[in-house]
Design a protein around this ligand. Sequence first.
Ligand SMILES: C[S@@+](CC[C@H](N)C(=O)[O-])C[C@H]1O[C@@H](n2cnc3c(N)ncnc32)[C@H](O)[C@@H]1O
Length: 189
Amino acid sequence: MEFLKGFLKHPRAVGAVLPSSVHLANELLRHVDWKTTRALAEIGPGTGPITQSILEQRHKTTVFFAVELDRQFVKLLQSRFPKADIVHADARELRRLCDSRHIQHLDALISGLPWAVFPSDLQRNLLAAVLDSLGPKGKFSTFAYIHGLWLPAGIRFRCLLNECFHSVETSPIVWKNAPPAIVYHCQKE
Ligand SMILES: C[S@@+](CC[C@H](N)C(=O)[O-])C[C@H]1O[C@@H](n2cnc3c(N)ncnc32)[C@H](O)[C@@H]1O
């Protein structure tokens, strides 16, 4: 209900009517090597389905923080995960948020942002912040609903990923998610 309310208030920021499934969360985290990942962040956690999987899977030594723009979602996340570092901020501020935590670079970044509803300049500015905070071997994983893949903003986002990253791998369709989605696994260098 909280998620649906969030969508009704800010459809162009939330971009979905249902939270992600555990199957989509597992696909997003499939490339994370927890033994070597010292710092990981999540952008756009919403009500926290992916945050929950991260907190369950992460190594004790992995530093983690999540960045959410919607104040109501932040309150909910802070009460759901009282020990986690949940920040009320814009993901475009990622570099500053890393600096204030003495994180030189992120090893992995997981996104729940609804890229297909974002205009071109916002997509570019957010991806610039992502690249700026990731280390050279950094990994970035993000999802896209299959019904949005052929919309202009979906196509534009896919092209932008190719422009920004050394490699972009597309996962098989995660059918056990409403709506079904794919994950882009991107490698910086
Ligand atoms: C599609 S929801 C995803 C929620 C959750 N990750 C999931 O998979 O169920 C997108 C979330 O991104 C947040 N968001 C949108 N723009 C953002 C930004 N610039 N910085 C941080 N969060 C943002 C929205 O408030 C919303 O909670």
